[in-house]
Design a binder for this molecule. Structure first.
Ligand SMILES: Cc1cc2nc3c(=O)[nH]c(=O)nc-3n(C[C@H](O)[C@H](O)[C@H](O)COP(=O)(O)OP(=O)(O)OC[C@H]3O[C@@H](n4cnc5c(N)ncnc54)[C@H](O)[C@@H]3O)c2cc1C
Length: 457
């Protein structure tokens, strides 16, 4: 089996294929393993977030610690633990691949045919590899709109933003998706004056309004500015002291730096997929069927290269399944209940369907909400600006979705996930005894609200 890309999808595909009995080569063009997840996306941004939270908390406790962030903070000092985190991760991944007997090839792969690939090493040496099955796990890269000239010095994309030397005084973030919301709130928490601009009325439009409202309020409370329903005419560095964003309704926004987070597209730049008989679909992605098989039966694809949900978590599972399918090994049920974790400040997470979607599909659904400021743990830890919402069917029995905003949301969501996967009734949250005081108790409080409404029906 040949696998292109050592990100979450490629790694898990390689280990699974090997365990299923294939001889496996994993081809990676960069020196490091791990893909954008490890080097440009998930792990660096979450490491910065940890420090942003510390800075935010120290500010909140300024009376105790007399805290002020120094001027001209180098970004590197704010992600000072990143190298340790990356080294530990790299070592772990390398060991896992070695232990499983995966052959690692450092080079750039391109298709010669549906079963043949040419790999060019950094010394320009070429080798031709042939395989019955190939898995494409080459990831994605940021989309650059024509009117935003990304120069990686003043105007950045999400792959380059952390290469800024110093923490800027002001930052404009273009976009309202997950990456935009995460970076906007993280930089705002660090004291950067952030303006977030998007064409939609709210960020994270796939979540219910009450959750995004809590996010916007939290962001504004930290000093951030949200500009919804605003289209960008152009953005440019004025050659002197600022990045200028001109909106279609004639406004100008000046900032020291700009981050453009306008989605990501499949990374097939060098792959020459046409040689294998493949092409990108209208969204610039590789189309696959439910078995992760492409239009060419011997070629599979997994991870960001096939598009949404474009998460490291989902990519790993897709990689594993693609390898199982290629090897004819049963891969278990493919759940389409995938949690979404948004590591903004405050954090957001959801599983199942939103209240808005549930009303569209099922009519008068019942909803239970627990505010963190009504939960003992929320008051004790000062985590009051959060809420947990359970959406149930109109009878108040079946769980349709859970959405959480507030610290701990991305961990807490898994309780709801397990209940959904187990097809449990709302009552499970009432009948279970939760530790006290915990934020998890919010499940019980929200479920009790639904049970209460059910009695009134
Ligand atoms: C800022 C940011 C934050 C994120 N935060 C989260 C998060 O909190 N949680 C989460 O689940 N997800 C997060 N993601 C998404 C996550 O990073 C991706 O979904 C994940 O990395 C996709 O994995 P992949 O294996 O498909 O591709 P990648 O990780 O992109 O790996 C692809 C690999 O293929 C290699 N490659 C490409 N072409 C070739 C070629 N021709 N020859 C050889 N090698 C090649 C590349 O060098 C790369 O190493 C975040 C992403 C970003 C950008």
């Amino acid at each position: 089996m040949l696998i292109v890309g050592s990100g979450p999808a490629g790694q898990k595909a390689a280990v699974q294929a090997k365990r299923s009995g294939a001889r496996v080569a994993l081809i990676e063009k960069t020196r490091e393993l791990g893909g954008s997840c490890v080097h440009r996306g998930t792990i660096p941004s979450k490491t910065l977030r940890e420090n942003a939270l510390r800075v935010k908390n120290m500010r909140l406790n300024a009376a105790l610690a007399n805290f002020e962030l120094a001027e001209d903070v180098e970004l590197a000092t704010l992600i000072n633990r990143l190298n340790d985190v990356l080294l530990a991760h790299d070592t772990y991944m390398r060991r896992q691949l070695e232990r499983n007997g995966v052959e690692m090839i450092h080079g750039r792969a391109r298709f010669l045919s549906a079963n043949q690939m040419e790999v060019t090493s950094v010394k320009a040496e070429k080798q031709i590899l042939e395989s019955k099955n190939i898995i494409i796990a080459s990831g994605s890269y940021p989309r650059h709109p024509d009117n935003i000239p990304i120069d990686h010095e003043y105007l950045f994309d999400s792959d380059s933003i952390l290469s800024m030397m110093y923490l800027p005084k002001s930052l404009t973030v273009l976009g309202g998706g997950v990456i935009a919301s995460e970076y906007a709130s993280i930089f705002q928490a660090l004291g950067v004056k952030v303006t977030m601009i998007d064409k939609y009325p709210r960020p994270l439009g796939f979540l219910d309004d009450d959750l995004t409202e809590t996010f916007i309020n939290g962001f504004k409370h930290m000093g951030g500015t949200w500009m919804g329903e605003t289209k960008i005419a152009k953005a440019y560095w004025n050659g002197f002291d600022a990045v200028v964003v001109e909106t279609e309704n004639g406004k100008q926004i000046h900032s020291e730096k700009l981050l453009c987070a306008a989605g990501r597209i499949a990374h097939v730049k060098e792959l020459e997929i046409a040689n294998a008989g493949l092409e990108l679909n209208q969204y610039g992605l590789i189309s696959v069927d439910e078995n992760l098989r492409t239009a060419v039966p011997s070629i599979y694809a997994a991870g960001d290269v096939i598009g949404p949900p474009s998460l490291a978590s989902a990519s790993m599972e897709q990689g594993r399944r693609a390898a199982c399918n290629a090897m004819g090994v049963a891969s278990g049920v493919m759940h389409n209940i995938i949690p979404v974790g948004i590591y903004s400040i405050p954090e957001l997470s959801s599983i199942g369907i939103s209240e808005t979607k549930a009303r569209e599909l099922h009519g008068d659904v019942l909803v239970g909400v627990a505010k963190f400021d009504e939960i003992a743990r929320g008051q004790i830890s000062g985590t009051q600006d959060g809420m947990l919402k359970i959406v149930s069917d109109p009878n108040g029995e079946k769980i349709l979705g859970v959405m959480i905003v507030g610290e701990g949301a991305t961990e807490l969501i898994h309780i709801g996930q397990m209940a959904l996967l187990a097809n449990a009734d709302i009552d499970i949250f009432v009948e279970s005894i939760f530790n006290f005081p915990t934020l998890a108790e919010a499940y019980r409080a929200a479920a009790l609200e639904i049970v209460h409404q059910r009695k009134k029906l």
